[in-house]
Design a protein around this ligand. Structure first.
Ligand SMILES: Cc1cc2nc3c(=O)[nH]c(=O)nc-3n(C[C@H](O)[C@H](O)[C@H](O)COP(=O)(O)OP(=O)(O)OC[C@H]3O[C@@H](n4cnc5c(N)ncnc54)[C@H](O)[C@@H]3O)c2cc1C
Length: 470
């Protein structure tokens, strides 16, 4: 059987190779380490964790990360089996002994006759006789391969840094304070003239907000990242440090907007949020990319009128990160539209995090194997965590309606990506649920629906769980 080639033996590539072998197809896994290092990896091992040792929440009832864990386990994930076998105590989170974890992944892969590991960099677009390829080279894809991919996709379609603005669950914005309006009521392509949520600040609120930004604790860039600032994409705290009025003339400018609740009072500054996904459940804070620490972001952004009770689907950041403008470039089966023999997986697709990267690797592996074996290829339903994440990266994100930098930014899995569900109003005993309880009940309902739909989707194709010694 002609092998499938997987490039990159990180979280996504190792999982993809494993899934292909489990399905009964053969695979060549290309990993450039230890021959060639990245700026962050320290070892030559497969599936090395470059930073924290946490796979985040393992709560499958009320947390979308826990739901994706559950789905991966149900699909015989090697990454999850190795994580479970090398768990260290971490409360409700799944954290691992990093050495034991990556040694276990590597040992499991080495033991599979279907997988050949080739150590060496793939520095160009693979030759035409590699008819099925999964590129899972991650946020630190080697420069030569990245340049070759850019040659296929076009300059602006493969980014080397992300600039993530925080994303808010739409239903947690206080619309008694905020209002819907586009600047100058402009209708962009596909716009209605009322596409933005606007949060007004008076002078005292603006001054306090600027003070908080300046005082807030920031994260530093890692040495290898450099300082990737360019005008038009500065962190808000850097803009604030350039002068107290800078934000008011930048992302917080109040012009072309009338507060629907107080039409006669001109806001001193306005924070705009723009719809981020086609479902309309998530809105991003326009121009609010930031290096503030996560805890600081939640605290400081909740100072903004209308966002006092905001829940964040994703907080902001700026990192060295190689990723595609996936919604435009890859199809729902993760293939590059311009060259369908190339499939992408892991963080390079625009998902973010160890777990999400491995999950996309898992699905890419299954899809490539099914294709090779002449079986039908399906993506999981959009009501599952993996399906919701895939939908987002392959089309669910909506492009900005304005001119400007492209708007697709890396995404963690979160319930905002799931199609909405009617919010339960009563508990199991018929008692009325209060606000916060309703939110928890909604998450439980989304998780239950995901479990049911994943079960149905897996049907006869369920892979047996992986047995692994601790
Ligand atoms: C510095 C840093 C810190 C991070 N910290 C965290 C964190 O704490 N928690 C978290 O959830 N996520 C973190 N991430 C984000 C991300 O989830 C991880 O990077 C994750 O490992 C991505 O999985 P992946 O399989 O897509 O890429 P990787 O795990 O990086 O795997 C890609 C593999 O491809 C290899 N490779 C690259 N180019 C080539 C080539 N041309 N030929 C052959 N092999 C190649 C690399 O050596 C690597 O082994 C971090 C990212 C970075 C850059």
């Amino acid at each position: 059987m002609t092998p499938i080639h997987v490039i990159g033996g990180g979280l996504a590539g190792s999982e993809a190779a494993w899934q292909i072998a489990q399905a009964g197809a053969t695979v060549v896994l290309h990993e450039m380490r230890p021959e060639r290092r990245t700026e962050a990896h320290r070892t030559g091992r497969l599936a090395e964790l470059v930073c924290s040792n946490s796979f985040r929440s393992d709560d499958a009832e009320t947390n979308a990360v826990g739901v994706i864990h559950r789905e991966m386990r149900a699909m015989g994930s090697l990454i999850m089996a190795a994580a479970d076998a090398h768990q260290v105590p971490a409360g409700g989170a799944l954290a691992v002994d990093r050495e034991g974890f990556s040694a276990a992944v590597e040992a499991a892969i080495l033991a599979r006759g279907e997988i050949t590991i080739v150590r060496g960099e793939v520095a160009a677009i693979p030759p035409a006789d590699w008819d099925s390829v999964i590129i899972a080279t991650g946020p630190l894809t080697s420069p030569d391969l990245a340049a070759a991919i850019r040659g296929l996709t076009g300059e602006g379609e493969l980014a080397f840094f992300d600039a993530i603005a925080p994303i808010v669950h739409r239903d947690t914005i206080d619309m008694d304070k905020a209002w819907l309006q586009s600047r100058y009521d402009k209708r962009g392509p596909g716009g209605s003239g009322a596409d933005y949520v606007n949060c007004p600040l008076d002078r005292a609120e603006y001054e306090a907000f600027v003070d908080a930004l300046l005082a807030g604790e920031k994260t530093e860039f890692k040495d290898f990242e450099g300082t990737p600032y360019f005008d038009g994409c500065l962190p808000i705290e850097v803009m604030a440090a350039r002068g107290r009025e800078t934000l008011r003339h930048g992302p917080m400018k109040p012009v072309g907007l009338t507060n629907a609740h107080r039409p006669t009072v001109k806001p001193y500054a306005v924070v705009q949020l723009r719809q981020d996904n086609a479902l309309g459940t998530l809105f991003n804070m326009v121009g609010f990319q930031t290096k503030l620490k996560y805890g600081e972001q939640a605290r400081i952004f909740r100072m903004i009128p209308g966002l006092e009770r905001a829940e964040f689907a994703r907080l902001g950041g700026l990192h060295r990160n190689t990723y595609l403008n996936a919604p435009r470039l890859i199809d729902p089966l993760l293939r590059l539209k311009a060259m369908p023999r190339l499939r992408f997986a892991g963080q390079i697709t625009g998902c973010e995090g160890y777990v999400e990267s491995a999950a996309v690797g898992l699905i890419a592996g299954r899809m490539a194997a099914a294709e090779r074996l002449g079986l039908p290829v399906f993506a999981p339903p959009g009501t599952t965590a993996i399906g919701a994440l895939l939908n987002h990266i392959t089309g669910g994100h909506i492009e900005t309606i304005d001119a400007g930098p492209r708007s697709f930014q890396p995404m963690n899995v979160n319930f905002g990506l799931f199609p909405p569900i009617e919010e339960p109003r009563l508990d199991a005993n018929g008692a009325r649920l209060r606000g916060p309880e309703r939110g928890v009940a909604r998450k439980r309902a989304l998780s239950l629906r995901a479990a049911r739909d994943m079960e149905a989707w897996l049907g006869a194709q369920r892979a047996p769980p992986v047995a692994m010694a601790g």
